[in-house]
Design a protein around this ligand. Structure first.
Ligand code: PLP
Ligand code: SF4
Length: 400
């Protein structure tokens, strides 16, 4: 076997913790750190950080697994992991744009059921639970996440299944929340089974930060579940190369070895990962582990997140620095989610500098100037399209 070009770090428990407990994801969840005294036991909190706890844990839940807390650099107040999970007084500063529901997910037209968001034609988001393994300060779904700490009820699932059956254009169901992998395998299987049984649903995606916050969650039984209800895609949420530890890397490889495609969605965060070097390092490691960097999100204008949001100029600059230099496979699509439920908008650098008729002039990523002469639109010929494909396409375009 080829020797790994990367050294993924082991994460070992303190002497007081038994390795068996440490490896048990339920133990990790039960032992999660939730308040300032618990964090103070593990880290040197600055006076400012201690202050950050007062009142702010009421605004948005503070919680992390002991495993994820162990990734924190105990002495460095600018540690990226620290900034993602510790409350900060800056969350109270009124800022540029702060919305409790930035993506318009509570709008009636996007929310046909309590637990379903249907915003794009052929896929819908199933809010399986509002629990997470770690609560990220930049979370875009603060309006839902951490509210009641409950999984969808049978009645709510019935409602979702009913809607899916009356909307055959929905081909993909994305399990989200909250984090679906905070549920145990039995509960998760009950949901997978119900959604899988809807004939028109072709594919299930699981969106989870548990591979980051608690890689022990990816146990053998879970992988067999994913196989049983295939095709299942796992969408992870690694933001920083320091999150790619040895246990996380092993969990990802294990998934892919079991035939489960894994994709990563990252969020650009100010002072945390807004550097081309960091994004490049993260994406090369992911790619080596056979995880496809899928989306790179501009942080949404969620309540109390101004200090964590990058400028769009900064985000675009990162993307431009990577373009052409970094493997296309390692390049995620940069997305700004249009507030109020406008949907995703992809931004990419433009290389076209001018156009004269059918001739478009470009300057390539490393400065080459050249033109592309395009056939005119009048040259278009209609290809043969099978009736079956036409029917499928009509379904996607019908008014629902
Ligand atoms: C992002 C998102 C999806 C998935 O979109 P893809 O571009 O297919 O990854 C689906 N539903 C909602 C509500 C979303 O926000
Ligand atoms: S894991 Fe996702 S849903 Fe949960 S707090 Fe973090 S960003 Fe929000």
């Amino acid at each position: 076997m080829k020797k790994s070009p990367f050294r993924f770090k082991s994460v070992l428990p303190g002497a007081e913790v038994s390795p068996v407990d440490w490896q048990d994801w339920r133990w990790q969840m039960r032992q999660s750190l939730k308040n300032q005294p618990q964090f103070s036991k593990q880290l040197d909190l600055s006076a400012e950080e201690i202050d950050g706890f007062s009142g702010l844990d009421q605004i948005f839940r503070v919680q992390t697994t002991p495993y994820y807390a162990a990734l924190i650099d105990k002495e460095n107040p600018n540690c990226p992991i620290r900034q993602m999970i510790l409350p900060n007084k800056k969350e109270l500063i009124p800022g540029f744009q702060q919305m409790s529901d930035p993506l318009g997910e509570n709008k009636k037209q996007n929310r046909p059921c309590e637990r379903l968001i249907h915003r794009y034609t052929d896929r819908a988001l199933f809010l399986v639970t509002d629990m997470c393994g770690v609560y990220c300060r930049y979370c875009t779904r603060k309006h839902f996440t951490a509210s009641d700490q409950v999984a969808a009820t049978t009645q709510q699932v019935d409602e979702v299944v009913g809607y899916l059956k009356s909307h055959p254009e929905i081909k993909e169901v994305i399990f989200s929340g909250g984090d679906p992998l905070t549920l145990n395998n039995k509960k998760l299987e009950s949901f997978l089974e119900r959604i899988h049984s809807v004939e028109t649903v072709e594919l299930i995606r699981i969106g989870s930060r548990m591979p980051v916050a608690c890689p022990m969650r990816i146990d053998q039984e879970l992988l067999l579940l994913f196989q049983k209800y295939k095709p299942v895609y796992l969408m992870t949420h690694f933001n920083h190369p320091d999150e790619l530890t040895l246990p996380a890397a092993e969990a990802l490889e294990n998934c892919v070895d079991h035939g489960i495609p894994v994709m990563n969605q990252l969020v650009l965060l100010n002072g945390v990962n807004n550097s081309a070097a960091l994004i490049y390092a993260l994406n090369r490691r992911l790619l080596y582990l056979r995880v496809k960097p899928y989306y790179m999100f501009q942080a949404d204008p969620s309540l109390g997140t101004d200090h964590l949001r990058t400028s769009i100029e900064d985000s675009l600059a990162i993307q431009r620095q990577l373009w052409g230099r970094a493997s296309g496979l390692s390049m995620p699509t940069y997305i700004v989610d249009i507030p109020d439920g406008g949907g995703k908008a992809a931004l990419s650098p433009s290389f076209q500098v001018s156009q004269q008729g059918s001739q478009r002039h470009f300057v390539g990523w490393d400065g080459v100037r050249a033109s592309y002469v395009s056939p005119g639109p009048e040259a278009r010929r209609e290809p043969l399209v099978d009736e079956l494909y036409k029917t499928e396409w009509l379904q996607l375009n019908k008014e629902s």
